[in-house]
Design a protein around this ligand. Structure first.
Ligand code: PLP
Length: 438
């Protein structure tokens, strides 16, 4: 089955004739129809006046697309949604307040109490907590699987499983998911493959073209790219048949919240994106502010330029560190010796991203010393900024875990995570070298 798909790699819902650099500037961003403003205005409004009572009724019945109330949609945010959908080669997108909100909203649309997710064990730590602990309180259960063990994903699926969830390029470990193989496993079970594409961005990897059904983003990271705004996006490939089995009643059965409307029948290949907005975003309420949507849109206009430089800088620094006498190991898929290099060449041919970990020979104390000694790198808990960032997970994000749990999460005592920014690479190397030798 995988080989069929390799020759048959999904082509686009979006058949735009334009290249990525053109789309990142122009997709969704026509001049403002009301004023002619060339840059997307910030529609800082809560609500929108109806033309008349019939117009109001048709908006509330989802018979007409339009603006009602900013919790459900906003014209600035709509531009962000169109741009991300175009860049991911997808059918539609729904923007939300954060990356974590994109996960909560997407799973809310798919799950019922008692349902189950099969997820990669190598995910952003916050996602492990969200899926493994917080979701349990909704009676949603997750089995975590070794991301390299494709058969393990298949074996973990039960009749209650509603999705497979992985990160294309995992934070922080540089693990790359075999999206094509996982899509086959998911589709054989009649469930969608959901891929968090935050670390790769659509410039480096477009999971939908490898068979993913839903793509999620923390737009807080590289999409916005400047470390100034939180955001999340749910991207709908438009390719999943939500009525093929009885597993997704919220999409395939009449909705009590909309007078018996059936999302799949009414909205077809946009059903998931529309239902995420009209039900889950409406009822859970994690809405992105129009200002943050504007900031992320502005960042996205330079996405490819930034990602190229992020990747070039990261590769040069990973090569430097791999030769450094104070460094035990470097985990960066861009290095030819890395165990994920082959998958990187397949899924991320333009670069392996700019977030990676390395191990210090000096252990915990050496990690603390390094983060306190660097000068250009900022010591903080974020990734995907123009600035280079550094963190010692064992003393910060993973400090509540036991040493064994830290080791299993790829956050052992000697591990340091870098998010390489856009500065001059020779300055970054000098900064690290000085701090490592201090
Ligand atoms: N997914 C990944 C890969 C992340 O790195 C993060 C945050 O670091 C998230 C999701 C959550 O995003 P947010 O902080 O915007 O909620």
């Amino acid at each position: 089955m995988a080989s069929d798909k390799a020759t048959n790699q999904r082509t686009a819902a979006n058949t735009s004739p334009y290249g990525f650099d053109t789309l990142q500037v122009h997709a969704g961003t026509a001049p403002d129809p009301a004023t002619g403003a060339r840059t997307t205005p910030i529609y800082q409004t809560t609500a929108y006046v109806f033309d008349d009572a019939d117009h109001a009724a048709s908006l509330f019945n989802l018979q007409t697309f339009g603006n009602i109330y900013t919790r459900i949609g906003n014209p600035t945010t709509a531009v962000l949604e169109q741009k991300v959908a175009a860049l991911e080669n997808a059918r539609a997108a729904t923007a939300v307040a954060t990356g974590h909100a994109s996960q909560a909203v997407a799973f809310h649309m798919l799950m019922n109490p008692g349902d189950h997710i099969v997820a990669s064990r190598k995910l952003y730590g916050g996602s492990i907590t969200q899926l493994g602990i917080s979701f349990k309180r909704f009676d949603w259960h997750t089995t975590f699987v070794d991301p390299d063990d494709i058969a393990g994903f298949a074996a973990a699926i039960t009749p209650k499983t509603k999705a497979i969830f992985v990160e294309s390029l995992a934070n922080p470990g540089g693990v790359i998911s075999d999206i094509e193989a996982l899509a086959d496993v998911a589709h054989q079970a009649g469930i969608p493959l959901i891929v968090d594409n935050t670390m790769a961005t659509p410039y480096l990897c477009r999971p939908i073209e490898w068979g993913a059904d839903i793509v999620l983003h923390s737009a807080t990271k590289f999409l916005g790219g400047h470390g100034n705004s939180m955001g999340g996006v749910i991207v709908d490939s438009g390719q999943f048949d939500w009525a093929q089995n009885g597993k997704f009643p919220h999409l395939s059965q009449p909705s009590p919240a909309y007078h018996g409307l059936t999302f799949w029948e009414t909205f077809g290949d946009m059903a998931f994106a529309v239902a995420c907005r009209a039900v889950s975003l409406r009822d859970l309420g994690p809405t992105i502010s129009p200002f943050n949507a504007f900031m992320i849109l502005t960042g996205m206009e330079t996405l490819s330029l930034r990602m190229r430089k992020h990747c070039d800088n990261a590769l040069a620094i990973a090569e430097f560190l791999s030769r450094h006498p104070k460094v035990e190991w470097v985990c960066y898929a861009g290095l030819e010796t890395d165990r994920y290099h082959k998958l990187a060449k397949k899924y991320l041919p333009k670069g392996a991203g700019s977030v990676f970990t390395f191990g210090l020979k000096g252990g915990y104390e050496a990690g603390l010393k390094l983060v306190e000694t660097v000068n250009i790198f900022s010591h903080l808990a974020n990734i995907g900024d123009t600035r280079s960032l550094i963190i010692h997970p064992a003393s910060t994000t993973h400090r509540q875990l036991t040493p064994e749990q830290r080791e299993a999460a790829g956050a052992g005592d000697n591990v340091v995570r870098l998010s390489i920014g856009l500065e001059d690479v020779k300055d970054l190397i000098k900064d690290l070298d000085k701090a490592l030798n201090a």
